[in-house]
Design a protein around this ligand. Structure first.
Ligand SMILES: [Zn+2]
Length: 224
């Protein structure tokens, strides 16, 4: 796809990347393009796409990969918009889990199998607060990093700055490791590209390899 420092807004007007007008609609413009292609009346397909993207947001890479493949195969006209998510799913699924990953999955399995005992547990602990008072509950949830495929602590995709080490994978160190439709679609990636939101060169090289990018990433830096 041809990518430049300009983009087309939902209302058809032209916008400039990596500023507030880009940020506000970066997660919805690709959805608008999909709706324009498949048609608003195609409720069944739009629902399938929405369910599939929800799986992606939940870091359910297996589930998302499988439904993305089906949707892309049946609807090649929207393949370009969905491929960024599928590429990430394939990357994660091709990564071999290590001992720590397997241990965490065992822990999750135990939690799920605990259901039968939870009534008595809740009764015995009815006066306690449901979550530890120190620290955030999200710190104890792990998801597979969209880059290296290993489990890392969940950090909201909109919090912290990766270049200040505030939103990075605990294993590979790359910025914004949690999958999210908002940032992983083509416009979201272009925003990060022109904004320079991440520090690792792999991101910029990958982006340039995948898309026909002009002007390059230093466009806005040169302008300042
Ligand atoms: Zn990682």
């Amino acid at each position: 796809m041809k990518i430049s420092h300009k983009f087309i807004n939902i209302d058809g007007s032209e916008g400039t990347r990596s500023n507030s007008e880009d940020f506000g609609t970066v997660g919805s413009r690709f959805l608008k393009r999909i709706v324009d292609i498949v048609g608003e009346d195609n409720k069944k397909l739009l629902e399938e796409i929405s369910d599939c993207l929800n799986k992606y947001n939940q870091a359910n890479y297996e589930g998302a990969d499988s439904c993305l493949s089906q949707i892309i195969k049946a609807n090649p006209s929207i393949a370009e918009e969905l491929q960024p998510f599928q590429e990430i799913c394939s990357r994660v699924l091709s990564c071999e889990k290590n001992d720590a990953d397997r241990l965490y999955e065992k822990y999750l399995e135990d939690l799920r199998n605990w259901k039968g005992k939870s009534f008595i547990y809740k009764l015995l602990n009815r006066n306690k607060k449901p979550y530890p008072q120190t620290g955030l509950i999200e710190n104890s949830i792990k998801v597979r990093c969209k880059y290296c495929g290993h489990y890392t602590s969940y950090i909201g995709p909109y919090t912290g700055f990766a270049y200040m080490d505030g939103n990075n994978c605990e294993i590979c160190g790359r910025g914004y490791p949690v999958p999210t439709v908002y940032w992983d679609n083509i416009d979201g990636q272009a925003y990060i590209y022109y904004r320079g939101s991440v520090t690792e060169d792999e991101f910029y090289n990958d982006f340039e390899k995948k898309h026909d990018v002009s002007p390059g990433r230093d466009y806005f830096m040169k302008k300042k």
